[in-house]
Design a protein around this ligand. Structure first.
Ligand code: FES
Length: 289
């Protein structure tokens, strides 16, 4: 089966560098408006362990899809108007979570995301106009249908962004499938500099290693957000609270557990067990293989 032509258009959109100046300006606005880190973490979905945006869009999409059904059932105008309004109320969290995620994506993803957002603005405009028309005693059904068409097209673009461009996906999910089972040699302990993040490979899997005294902490080196190299980042804090900050978008992971301390990442880094045998550091990944 062949791909739809529209997919090729979206592939081309990924390389539309002409959108970058606008994307930069919008990013500055988003970063200025949504500043507190705890709020950004919440909007990214750090407590949920995956992005919040797909959940947030359920309210407008669910409400507006229901409007299309109610609009063809006689005598349901009042209920349809209520759902148009409910969908509009749900736009705020969807926009806030979407733009927070979008502000920390790669250029190609931002270009597609910008068109996705623009389509949602147009769709919301149609529903706002539909609501106003219904309130004033008019029909507003055609406006709602136009809104549904645009929001559906926007959903298609959002699917491209999420699944084809892997925005919001866990980029460390494949590590347990790639890493060989059992214990494997990492390095001699005395070859590792104390307190200095190091990049290594075992079985073709990139690893982040940090020697702390006579112990070594090892995580996957590929950031779960968008594959940034953790070994190029800075270590923050010390002891059990020590974190590694990704150099690309600043996600922070606990070095002791691999858990996300701050987003935009929402999925943890795979953490490896370590042991030292005759001065050699060995690693094993629970659940590997
Ligand atoms: S790649 Fe984005 S925070 Fe690591």
């Amino acid at each position: 089966m062949r791909e739809l032509r529209v997919v090729k258009l979206l592939d081309r959109l990924e390389n539309a560098a002409g959108l970058d100046p606008l994307a930069d300006r919008v990013t500055s606005v988003v970063n200025a408006v949504i500043r507190p880190r705890s709020l950004r973490d919440l909007l990214h979905g750090v407590p949920a362990g995956h992005p919040l945006h797909p959940v947030a869009v359920m309210i407008p999409i669910g409400a507006w899809t229901s409007v299309a059904i109610l609009d063809i059932v006689p005598g349901r105008n009042r209920a349809a108007q209520t759902l148009v309004g409910a969908g509009l109320l749900g736009v705020g969290p969807a926009v806030a979570s979407g733009f927070t995620d979008w502000s920390e994506l790669h250029e190609q993803q931002k270009r597609v995301g910008l068109v996705h957002a623009a389509a949602n603005v147009v769709a919301s405009g149609f529903y706002l106009a539909s609501y106003a028309k219904r309130r004033s005693g008019g029909s507003g059904k055609l406006l709602a249908l136009a809104g549904l068409a645009v929001v559906s097209a926007s959903g298609f673009i959002g699917g491209h962004l999420s699944y084809r461009q892997a925005a919001g996906a866990n980029h460390a999910e494949d590590v347990p499938h790639l890493f060989p089972t059992g214990w494997h040699r990492l390095a001699r302990l005395d070859s590792l500099t104390d307190g200095e993040p190091t990049s290594m490979q075992v079985g073709g899997v990139p690893l982040f290693a940090l020697r702390r005294g006579e112990g070594v902490d090892v995580l996957s080196n590929v950031c779960s957000h968008l594959s940034g190299p953790l070994s190029d980042g800075d270590v923050k804090g010390s002891g059990a609270d020590a974190c590694i900050a990704c150099p690309w978008h600043g996600s922070e992971f606990s070095i002791r557990t691999g858990e996300v301390v701050h987003g935009p990442a929402t999925a943890p880094q795979p953490r490896f067990d370590t042991r030292i045998v005759d001065g050699v550091v060995e690693v094993s990944l629970p659940g590997a293989g």
